[in-house]
Design a protein around this ligand. Sequence first.
Ligand code: PLP
Length: 392
Amino acid sequence: MTSSAHPGTPTNHKAVPLCDIQAQYRALQAEIDAAVLRVLRSGQAILGPEVAAFEQEVAAFCGAQFGVGCSSGTDALILALRALDIGPGDEVLVPPFTFFATASAVCRVGAKPVFVDIDPITFNIDPRQIEGKITRHTRAIIPVHLFGQCCDMDPIWEIADAHQIYVIEDAAQSFGSEYHGRRCGTLGIVACLSFYPTKNLGAFGDAGMVVTNDPNLDRKLRALRVHGSEVKYYHKYIGYNMRLDALHAAVLRVKLPHVPQWLAAREAAAQRYDTLIENANLHGFLRRPVAQPDRRHTFNQYVVRVPPMHRDPLVKYLKDNHIGVEVYYPLSLHEQECFQFLGYRTGDFPTSEEAAKTVLALPMFPEITYEQQYRTIEVCAMYLQKAIRQAA
Ligand SMILES: *Cc1c(COP(=O)(O)O)cnc(C)c1O
């Protein structure tokens, strides 16, 4: 770690960031700088050959046929819903324990999000609770592969087939994750990816993509992202300005070949946390994430569960000790102010509510060192010792 202390400022050599998005730039600086210059000199700012090449490379990475680059993961969700003609009068099943955009995208196209509670082990949508939420208005389900682990897709596919509803993957946090050996991106009719800087593949800004094997959807998605036109100035749909910039595509193309190695580094870091927590005898206090054996968890986040009374004080203690932690997510979506109109109440989704009170994401990025992880767990242990002393 580099320290940039000013005179008179105490240096904290033991600070651990939640995420270090500059580490990849430092490692690939010459190549990224050259790619950016190439775009600046090309004069092609939006879409164009860099974007087209990146779309093909991402589709190939996922094992899919088509990729449609767009302005963010949120916009990828909106494009996917619109391409499937989902709108007013339609219902879309989503988990309440996810990033806001999964549900807001449904509202943005005029449809209604219908929440389905999560599984307490994986934090993902609970397949056993889906069928009870299906009505004649249900058009789609959005399984969110949260924190880097795929949803339990077999039962989801079975239900979707039986009821003729679409499966739209929210793979924003799980680029490169696998289910039964298949990568995210091919586990539904369309998949939505985010290249937000902290995701498994991160741009220097906002970027996203929709991936599909369906040529008709591919064509419609391409039109929707440019104001609904297939021929310039002739508008087939009322579309959007949701294009991907060439600069982002060029930077992402440099990074993409390194993703397998970064995912392996995330998995190795997760195993180190598992061992450090066990060795510190903290596994009763920090309940570790569980990776299901039939999936590849790529640990976009390493999320532990802490007894609810300790969660917020532990967050404060860690932050006071310069350990970057975060709570994803502190409030279940059905309890958000903007979703009150949906008519849900506290208590409707107990597993999601419990998760919101207990989760804690520890520092996680491919370049995290053993020393940084050791320090993180050491500070957790210090907190617990202090809490025990105070209770005595
Ligand atoms: C990040 C994220 C999104 C939105 O992606 P943006 O690129 O930030 O718009 C959607 N869903 C989930 C689960 C996410 O984590």
